[in-house]
Design a binder for this molecule. Structure first.
Ligand code: NAD
Ligand code: WQD
Length: 342
């Protein structure tokens, strides 16, 4: 039996593919390469092969779009899929405001295509990549899974709508097992430096921008806002190492296989760090190469956002292990390898 990863060549999908393969699972990927590179396939195989011999039977990649129902049916016909982890989607908040229809089409229709095929082929287990963005402006911190939801942009609304679709699908078929994972701020890279986050164009997110300043691609970082109500005036987030996050998916899969019904879990560390905390940690590993200036607040940003992670700890037996310094160190290592500075 195999686990199907939609968007499995992307940032979080590739790290999860490695963890799954290394733990003895067989993995099938579908990815349309809209935000990834085919070289990642080779790198996943290379890393996983250090622990286990990986053949074409253990790891298969289909290049194509999840909305292509013929291709999706072919994948379910050619492989014995036991569970699906659904990462595929567009994820840039700003872009979603400019191109809402593209976001609704890609994120919602690909999910419908997947759910129809799962229904046809009687595949019952699904992990879905949701986001802390569904909490919008939370009423207090930390954020619990039962907090009110309400997204503030089209990207966030696709996540909210998909969560609702999954709840309806479960209401109609209680033999489904669905884990909705609401990620906080994933950063960091694999220890090998072979896979990590490498967005096309100018990064919107903080960590890839910092990495490019550290390796000389950009002159300085703009820190958006230093007048927030936080310990140093810069905004606070719950940064989580992508390898910890990937391991969380394996725990969720284990839970699904015990017939858990529909469950929602926050995946974060439960600790908030400011933009300046992150910059300082990064500077301690790269030798003070990250210059910054303070700039106005970015519209739509909240001052503080961090998770309560008790539910994942209690029910999945999962907690994040890696600290901020390790997140910075692995990001820097990945960026240096990419830029061939080391
Ligand atoms: P990513 O862009 O690196 O990976 C997504 C992958 O899906 C890419 O490889 C892309 O090519 C592929 N893809 C997109 N649309 C597709 C389609 N229609 N058919 C086939 N493949 C398609 O993003 P990521 O950071 O790895 O995020 C994975 C998931 O987690 C996304 O759903 C994202 O919304 C969610 N998420 C990400 C973050 C984050 O900060 N990275 C936070 C919360 C939630
Ligand atoms: C973090 C902090 C910025 C860039 C986003 C999505 C969310 C989720 C994770 C998908 C903020 C500041 C940033 C820069 C800066 N993704 N910043 N200078 O906004 O918390 O969350 O990614 O689901 O949905 O909204 O992450 O990395 O963009 O920003 O000062 O050049 O860094 O203002 O305070 P965010 P981020």
């Amino acid at each position: 039996m195999s686990v199907l990863l939609t968007g499995g060549l992307g940032y979080i999908g590739s790290h999860t593919a490695v963890e799954l393969l290394q733990s003895g699972e067989d993995v099938v990927v579908i990815d349309n390469l809209s935000n990834s590179n085919i070289k990642t396939k080779t790198n996943i195989k290379k890393i996983a092969s250090e622990k286990r011999k990986i053949s074409a039977k253990n790891f298969k990649v289909y290049i194509g779009d999840l909305r292509d129902t013929n291709l999706v049916e072919k994948i379910f016909t050619e492989n014995k899929i036991d569970s699906v982890i659904h990462f595929a989607g567009l994820k840039a908040v700003g872009e979603s405001v400019k191109k809402p229809l593209e976001y609704y089409d890609n994120n919602i229709n690909s999910t419908l295509s997947l759910l129809k095929a799962m229904n046809k082929f009687k595949v019952k287990n699904l992990v879905f990549s949701s986001s802390a963005t569904v909490y919008g402006q939370a009423k207090s911190m930390p954020i619990y899974e039962d907090f009110e939801v309400g997204a503030t942009n089209p990207y966030g609304r696709t996540k909210l709508f998909i969560e609702e679709i999954l709840k309806d699908a479960y209401a109609a078929d209680s033999t489904l097992n669905i884990a909705i994972l609401r990620y906080f701020n994933p950063i960091g890279a694999h220890d090998s430096g072979l896979i990590g986050e490498d967005p096309n164009g100018i990064p919107n997110n903080l960590m890839p921008y910092i990495s490019r300043v550290a390796t000389g691609r950009y002159d300085h970082l703009n820190i958006f806002g230093n007048d927030y109500n936080t310990h140093d005036g810069t905004a606070v987030r719950d940064y989580i190492h992508v390898v910890d996050l990937a391991k969380g998916h394996l725990k969720a899969l284990k839970k699904l296989r015990k017939n858990c019904g529909l469950q929602i879990y926050n995946l974060g560390t439960g600790v908030g760090y400011s933009v300046l905390d992150l910059v300082n940690a990064y500077n301690s590993v790269c030798g003070n190469k990250v210059k910054y200036i303070f700039a106005p607040r970015r519209p739509g940003d909240v001052d503080i956002c961090y998770a309560n992670v008790d539910k994942a700890k209690k029910e999945l037996g999962w907690t994040a292990k890696r600290n901020l310094k390790n997140m910075c160190k692995t990001s820097y290592n990945f960026e240096c390898k990419k830029s061939k500075l080391k």
